[in-house]
Design a protein around this ligand. Structure first.
Ligand SMILES: [Zn+2]
Length: 326
């Protein structure tokens, strides 16, 4: 194995835990023996990632340049769920900034609820949709071009941290963007969730895979303090809200390596299929996909209508570039 350093703890000893991605293609996955962070054996460079996102990503992952109604509906409901979750913890006028805003649904939900709300998204298709259909203030942009002026009150990072080749670099950068009383919300897949299937676990685009403990360790060593962990232990996604802290101390959880290894060793297809509720959830999943197709079109039409109504009600307050785009 190539010599590399763990992004979390700078450790250099790894154990291989996988050699295939979820499509059966060659992809080495390793775990850091010191802290338990799971990552690719070979971390892609910035250039390799740029090439991947420009070519393969849309085909293999999103599969679409413009989001489908079903995707928009799901993203909108997800945005509403994130808003409901965070609302009790944030000031009613806190400014919101989302890194990797995707379709922009979450940004828009916060805006409709009275927050000044903006975001950046590198993907052209989704960013176009966001600005033109939902009239969001989501612009095309890169995290590392944002000013580090300690102005951001609430930063959202939803299903993005796993895509960075150095999540430490990203979190340290974000910390510099944040107001001292700012809050930072991170959501990403939880590799320690029960019944994750080992053969489905790894994906080229997910360069680092987090457990609750490894996300907490990383964030705390980048100047954040865990305030709230949402969701249950069974939840397939980690949902954590952090405040800013002056400490960047790295406190390694000595159990994370062992516990993560146990989870991975248990995550076999047999176990997955033997879940007693597997059959019924599969069936209800198919039924709910069908329902989704039928309702998504109307749902999105209603959302777009609501966004346009909101924009015309608040026309005077919109930034000039958005008025021009609309
Ligand atoms: Zn490590």
């Amino acid at each position: 194995m190539e010599q590399k350093q763990c992004d979390l703890c700078a450790g250099t000893e790894f154990e291989q835990i996988g050699d295939r991605d979820r499509h059966g293609n060659s992809l080495e996955s390793v775990i850091c023996k010191a802290c338990g962070l799971v990552a690719h054996g070979k971390i892609p460079t910035d250039e390799e990632l740029a090439h991947y996102y420009a070519t393969e990503y849309r085909k293999s992952y999103h599969g679409e340049l413009t989001p489908s109604d079903r995707r928009v509906m799901r993203a909108w409901k997800n945005g509403e769920r994130i808003f409901r979750q965070l609302q009790p913890h944030i000031e009613p006028d806190a400014g919101v900034f989302e890194v990797g805003a995707g379709i922009g649904c979450t940004v828009k939900v916060f805006e409709l609820n009275g927050h000044q709300s903006t975001g950046i998204e590198p993907g052209e298709g989704f960013q176009d949709y966001s600005q033109q259909r939902l009239l969001t203030n989501v612009v095309r942009g890169d995290l590392f071009e944002q000013p580090r002026d300690h102005s951001r009150e609430l930063v959202l990072l939803v299903h993005v941290i796993e895509h960075f080749n150095s999540p430490r670099r990203a979190l340290e950068y974000i910390r510099g963007m944040m107001a001292e009383n700012g809050l930072f919300y991170v959501e990403c897949p939880n590799i320690a969730a029960p019944f994750a299937r080992r053969s489905k676990m790894f994906h080229y685009a997910h360069i680092h895979n987090f457990t609750p403990s490894s996300l907490k360790m990383l964030a705390e060593s980048c100047g954040f303090k865990l305030e709230v962990q949402f969701g249950s232990k069974e939840d397939p996604n980690l949902q954590m809200l952090f405040s800013c802290s002056d400490s960047t101390e790295l406190n390694i959880d000595p159990d994370n390596f062992k516990q993560t290894m146990q989870v991975i060793e248990q995550a076999t297809p047999v176990r997955y299929h033997l879940r007693p509720w597997y059959v019924s959830t599969r069936f209800s999943k198919v039924a709910s996909y069908l329902r989704e197709h039928l309702t998504a079109k109307q749902f999105v039409a209603d959302v777009v209508q609501e966004c346009q109504q909101f924009a015309s009600d608040h026309e005077d307050e919109q930034p000039a570039e958005l008025r021009a785009a609309a």
